[in-house]
Ligand binder design. Structure first.
Ligand SMILES: Nc1nc2c(ncn2[C@@H]2O[C@H](COP(=O)(O)OP(=O)(O)OP(=O)(O)O)[C@@H](O)[C@H]2O)c(=O)[nH]1
Ligand SMILES: [Mg+2]
Length: 301
């Protein structure tokens, strides 16, 4: 059975859930089989279908399963932030984001974890060579690919699947990233975590995954969610490019000033050299010519 690498320390997989009663047993069973030493935290937003109660029952019979209950649906971002805070407080060394619906496959988690040996953050990626999506409608694929390309262009992040939600972090990297501004509400959290990791100079490695369309339960993705993500990405991109333009203008100004100072220094030293040369010439002209005999007083008229 594949084993997550023990040398990474204590690992927590965070699964936000909202109405995932049909998927919870499937995903926890597969995760426990694929990575037996990994702990699981279910972050449930008081799902009306009883997902939270089922998670409690699973936790009661398995000390590797934990549950964080929240009062109501506040969105994926808020659920992950609460899960991260719980996991960091509990002292986990590695924290992983994972969907409940089977789109992220537990059997691929060991490969994602293995890459953490030479990275600060690892993304399970659909859009690198070897990655793929299965059973996804064309419009979902186009939306996801387009969203990733747009975000990459706006923010200048060299990551192919920036909006992907199968992410693993070392705890110190996550702590640093979380001290930046992160989208609390929508799916923008994946963009923000990746962007800030990149801006902070963290090493991000993309590991190809096969992403599967959910088989059971309803998607929480909606047109409003997509529009909000586009809007916030555009705002961030404009701010980011504005900052870059200001930094460039400041740098160009600095260079122009430096060039001006150099030109002044060169002109000054040229002027000084010319002055010295002129002075020497005058001095030479004023001296009596040794080849001309000096006039004796009796020669004077
Ligand atoms: N706690 C909590 N979990 C949420 C919320 N919204 C979504 N989730 C969970 O986040 C994970 C991803 O949500 P999905 O609905 O599968 O969204 P998606 O994977 O982007 O979209 P699909 O491809 O359509 O499945 C799932 O485990 C959801 O149950 C929320 O508001 N609160
Ligand atoms: Mg999903």
């Amino acid at each position: 059975m594949p084993d997550a690498d023990a040398s990474l320390g204590r690992i927590l997989v965070i699964i936000p859930t909202y109405n995932e009663i049909d998927n919870l047993d499937m995903i926890t069973t597969r995760l426990r089989q694929a990575t037996p030493e990994v702990h699981i935290l279910v972050v449930d937003d008081n799902s009306p279908d009883g997902t939270g109660r089922r998670a409690d029952a699973l936790a009661a019979s398995d000390d590797h399963i934990h549950v964080l209950h929240r009062a109501g649906k506040e969105g994926l971002g808020a659920a992950y932030l609460a899960g991260f805070a719980w996991g960091l407080e509990a002292g986990y060394d590695v924290l992983v984001e994972f969907d409940a619906d089977g789109s992220h496959q537990p059997e691929q988690l060991p490969r994602v974890l293995a890459a953490l040996h030479h990275a600060d953050m690892v993304k399970g990626s659909r859009w690198v060579r070897g990655g793929r999506v299965v059973d996804w409608a064309l419009h979902r694929e186009l939306l996801s690919r387009g969203g990733s390309i747009y975000t990459r262009l706006m923010l200048g992040v060299p990551v192919k699947d920036i909006t992907g939600g199968f992410n693993a972090f070392h705890a110190d990297t996550l702590r640093a990233v979380l001290s930046e501004r992160i989208d609390q509400h929508g799916y923008g959290i994946q963009r923000d975590l990746t962007w800030h990791a990149h801006r902070l100079g963290k090493t991000i490695v993309e590991v190809p995954i096969e992403f599967r369309e959910r088989q059971r339960g309803a998607s929480k993705m909606s047109g409003a969610v997509v529009k909000e993500a586009m809007r916030s990405t555009t705002r961030l991109g404009v701010e980011h490019r504005g900052r870059q333009a200001r930094a460039l203008a400041t740098e160009l100004g600095r260079r122009a000033q430096r060039a001006g100072e150099t030109a002044r220094r060169v002109a000054g030293s040229l002027a000084r050299s010319a002055g010295a040369a002129l002075g020497a010439a005058r001095h030479r002209d004023a001296r009596p010519d040794p080849t001309v005999p000096a006039q004796r007083p009796e020669d004077r008229p």
